[in-house]
Design a protein around this ligand. Structure first.
Ligand SMILES: Cc1ncc(COP(=O)(O)O)c(C=O)c1O
Length: 492
């Protein structure tokens, strides 16, 4: 029997959820028998007057829950659910809130694709593990434990291990009351989202921008509004126009060595941005994850240091300067707001690991952070140049700007090449990178890829980019000038 689906849209919930709910109700009432046929997604979409992808999502949901299954050549059938399965297993998907259920899973899918250990990967946004200062940190951790003993392992103030909080404040010319130490800057973005965003509130972001920030804002229910960001950062004219029609809670920007574009705002543009947001009373969340990784070009002052109106909340991290496993970041904000945010933080995570904070403090105080940065900067610079040279050599048709700092080259693919398709081909050749669409809140970036240059020596970078050249050739054989690639006998 083929099931006839009747359905009346009756509330504000997403259509695919309503369709799934309606069918599930009927499965639960026993209206259908195992092996009954559901209409095809195309037929049901037509009958209900919704898009086919809406029906596909509803069927996917019911498949995950075990109510239905797709069989080759037979279509979609009602599944015989065993009574124990039906009763004993909680239906986790059903229990999830809409905002979690509707989260974009594409990011997780791409990470899964990239998790193969045999890949030469330009995907991560990380410094290179080969230079992680494991030995000095190990020694210092032993020392601080010996000297401070159990006291160190007691509770630590929620706003941070006081010496580290003071060290950070001094370094950025602030005061400890304005600093909140975090378990990574991701926690700061989450706290800001929880503190300011009610479901439906608008938040402005650059397009493209850091995918993790998009996830934090979305999870809080934000309506994300994008402002284009190019080789010299956010487009101020577009920002001005956007502010005439939207009243956002804040603007999130990465002004220095942007992720993913690598771009930086000039000092003059920083001042213009600050003047513009001041006219609108619009707070800025400045994410400054990468400024310590400067290779050449001018030194850029943070927006926070130029802000005369107290509009900037500044977020930064040790993850890129030292390594991400430490999980230490910080934010800087007016003292009252720091108190609010630290109260909020107390709800999810009492305080940042105190042994890590004490070790990191000693590491910084002894000048080892600066020494570490001085060691890695020229190495990453050489790797950046190696990647740029290899792209020019092996990937004709790709265009990009060479960033003055950070970890990424943001490349535009030759016309007509889709980054996801290119990634599939590249993974077959043993190469990974990040695809552009992940960095866009409202679509775009199909023709972009992000390449992290920090984690491999120049010869491995050249070999990897050569594979990229081969993958490009396979995806679109007629684009570009491929003589270089052929001459080296790499075409398969
Ligand atoms: C712009 C930006 N902000 C924040 C983070 C997250 O840093 P953390 O490890 O401190 O959570 C990243 C990591 O990729 C990033 O690129």
């Amino acid at each position: 029997m083929t099931i006839a689906v009747e359905w009346v849209t009756n509330n504000e919930r997403p259509l695919h959820v309503q369709i799934a709910d309606s069918l599930r109700g009927r499965f639960e009432r026993g209206d259908f028998h195992p092996a009954d046929h559901l209409p095809t997604t195309r037929d049901l979409a037509r009958d209900l007057g919704v898009s086919r992808s809406t029906v596909v999502r509803a069927y996917e949901q019911l498949t995950r829950e075990g109510w239905i299954e797709g069989r080759v050549g037979m279509g979609t059938l009602v599944r015989a659910k065993s009574s124990t399965e039906a009763r004993a297993t909680p239906n986790w998907d059903l229990l999830l809130t809409d905002r979690v259920r509707d989260q974009n899973l594409e990011y997780a899918d791409v990470l899964r694709m990239l998790s193969r250990t045999d890949l030469l990967s330009f995907a991560g946004g990380l410094p290179s593990p080969e230079f992680y200062p494991g030995e000095p940190l190990q020694q210092i951790a032993g020392e601080v434990l010996r000297q401070q003993g159990p006291r160190l392992l007691q509770w630590c103030p929620v706003d941070g291990y006081p010496p580290l909080r003071s060290w950070i404040a001094e370094r950025i010319e602030s005061t400890p009351e304005n600093v909140l130490v975090l378990s990574g800057s991701t926690q700061g973005l989450h706290l800001i989202a929880q503190a300011f965003i009610d479901p439906g509130d608008a938040v402005l972001v650059e397009s493209p921008t850091y995918a993790g920030a998009l996830r934090s804002f979305r999870a809080a229910g934000a309506r994300i509004v994008s402002v284009p960001s190019g080789p010299d950062g956010i487009d101020l004219e577009e920002l001005e126009t956007t502010l005439q029609r939207v009243r956002p809670k804040f603007l999130y920007v990465i002004p220095t060595y942007h992720n993913p574009t690598g771009s930086s705002l000039t000092v003059e543009k920083r001042r213009r941005l600050l003047a513009l947001v001041a006219r609108h009373g619009l707070p800025i969340v400045e994410d400054d994850a990468y400024s310590s990784l400067r290779y050449d070009g001018p030194h850029y002052p943070s927006l926070r240091s130029l802000d005369e109106n107290g509009l900037v909340i500044y977020v930064s991290t040790f993850s890129k300067a030292v390594f991400p496993g430490l999980r230490v970041g910080w934010l800087v904000a007016p003292a009252d707001l720091v108190r609010r945010l630290s109260g909020l933080r107390n709800l999810i995570d009492l305080f940042t690991n105190s042994l890590t904070q004490a070790t990191l403090y000693e590491f910084c105080k002894r000048g080892l952070l600066e020494a570490h940065l001085q060691h890695v900067r020229p190495i990453y610079e050489e790797r950046r140049d190696a990647m740029a040279a290899a792209l020019r050599r092996y990937c004709p048709g790709i265009s990009f700007d060479v960033p003055h700092g950070g970890l990424f080259i943001w490349a535009r693919l030759p016309r007509g090449i889709d980054s996801r398709h290119l990634l599939e081909e590249s993974i077959n050749l043993g190469l990974g990178f990040m695809v552009g669409p992940l960095f866009y809140a409202e679509g775009g970036g199909d023709d972009r890829i992000r390449l992290c240059f920090a984690c491999h020596p120049p010869d491995a970078i050249a070999a990897g980019i050569r594979k990229l050249g081969v993958a490009l050739k396979q995806v679109q054989p007629d684009s570009g000038d491929w003589r270089e690639v052929r001459a080296e006998g790499f075409v398969v």
